[in-house]
Unconditional design. Structure first.
Length: 397
């Protein structure tokens, strides 16, 4: 996979300000960032594992970077670096790195709209860092993830006294949403959020549940009338799939009949999604019905396109949050103080984007590959080697 061309992550991280006081510094800030990045890339998920990687490979990393090193950074040194890092600067540089990887590739993950133009979508949702929460204060993050390709474009933490709804608004604020569909689950089906997306030039698809009772009842009543036949104001799309020991059938029906009736910012269509599942082992059958509202007009997105956009929302869970939890071991991590949990989450987001850009489809396999070779990990994180190692000390070439 290393034949793929990609931008060095450290080229972006090295501009993050060093939070340490000038007096008493023993280690290069660039080296500490490189060690943490390489350790994560090699499958290390806990503070002790990162420190062990440093103990085994710090001299190699220093030699690669051309930085003199006389002793290995301790566990506490690495922990403090993460705890006090300028987290906003780190998040900005990770976002810049992801943009650099995907520059000129804005159509990746897009689907063809009903008018033939691409529909680009991002999913916004929250995630709890359970490993950090179990050993300290609750750590909750809100992310924006591109459908399909699963790059995390932005991330913010929910602070004390704030809420996920408020942080979603902050995450969206100031972003150019022209040509972008924002998909959100029912918690974020809020008037203010819908209006903000419209005001910033975007579109939305929002799941509707009983936390918005009037909207929910209006949509439910419309689709409850089974005597109605499909007319010019309605569309239907059916699909099915088989996997994980079950068969699943899906039907999405959309309607623009309420577009002039609903008191909801920008609403152009509503949709009903029926999902029928059969467990092949037990024979158990289940039916789930969900509703949604969208600002997408009929001319851009019919039933087929809405189904694809709706399913694309699960990119954030299946290809971003789940991979961070299970493959990178985020939920097993116990680093819980200061900015460290969010910093590690940001670095994992960067690694996910970089690995997928480099052509990796199986992230667990990628971590094994880089974990088996320090040189591979250093090349991925740091770029081309700048030095050699002589006499047991790392020195510039």
């Amino acid at each position: 996979m290393d034949h793929h061309q990609f931008t060095s992550l450290l080229a972006f991280l090295r501009t993050v300000p060093d939070p340490r006081k000038a007096r008493g510094k023993r280690y290069s800030w660039e080296l500490l960032l490189a060690i943490v990045g390489c350790a994560l890339l090699s499958g290390c998920s806990t503070g002790s594992a990162i420190a062990n990687w440093a103990g085994n490979h710090a001299f190699e990393a220093a030699a690669w970077l051309g930085i003199p090193l006389r002793r290995v950074p301790s566990h506490s040194t690495l922990r403090r670096a993460l705890r006090y890092v300028d987290i906003e600067a780190l998040e900005r540089q990770v976002a810049c790195y992801v943009r650099a990887l995907t520059d000129g590739d804005g159509g990746r993950g897009a689907i063809a709209g009903a008018d033939g133009q691409p529909l680009r979508a991002v999913a916004v949702d929250g995630k709890e860092v359970r490993g950090a929460t179990a050993h300290g204060e609750r750590v909750q993050l809100v992310s924006m993830v591109r459908h399909g390709s699963a790059e995390t474009l932005a991330q913010r933490q929910i602070g004390r006294g704030s809420s996920e709804i408020t942080v979603v608004s902050e995450l969206l604020a100031g972003r150019d949403l022209r040509g972008v569909i924002v998909t959100l689950d029912a918690l974020h089906t809020q008037r203010a959020t819908a209006q903000q997306i419209i005001d910033q030039g975007g579109d939305y698809l929002m799941v509707v549940k009983r936390n918005q009772p009037t909207l929910y009842e209006d949509i439910e009543t419309l689709f409850r009338d089974s005597a109605r036949v499909l007319q010019g104001d309605r569309g239907r799309y059916c699909s099915w799939g088989k996997g994980h020991g079950r068969v699943e059938g899906r039907t999405l029906t959309c309607s623009r009949e309420l577009s002039g009736y609903l008191d909801w910012p920008g609403a152009r269509q509503v949709a009903k999604r029926s999902c029928w599942r059969k467990d092949m082992r037990t024979g158990e059958v289940s039916l789930e019905i969900t509703y949604a509202v969208t600002s997408l007009g009929w001319e851009r997105a019919g039933a087929r396109e809405l189904e694809l956009v709706w399913r694309g929302h699960w990119t954030i869970e299946n290809r971003a949050h789940y991979v961070r939890d299970e493959t990178f071991g985020e939920d097993r991590g116990q680093i819980c103080k200061g900015n460290a949990p969010r910093a590690l989450a940001a670095l994992r987001n960067a690694l996910l984007a970089g690995l997928r850009h480099a052509g990796w489809r199986n992230i667990a396999e990628a971590l094994r590959y880089y974990g088996a070779s320090t040189a591979r990990a250093l090349a991925f994180i740091c770029g081309q080697a700048r030095s050699v190692q002589r006499g047991g000390l790392a020195t510039a070439a």
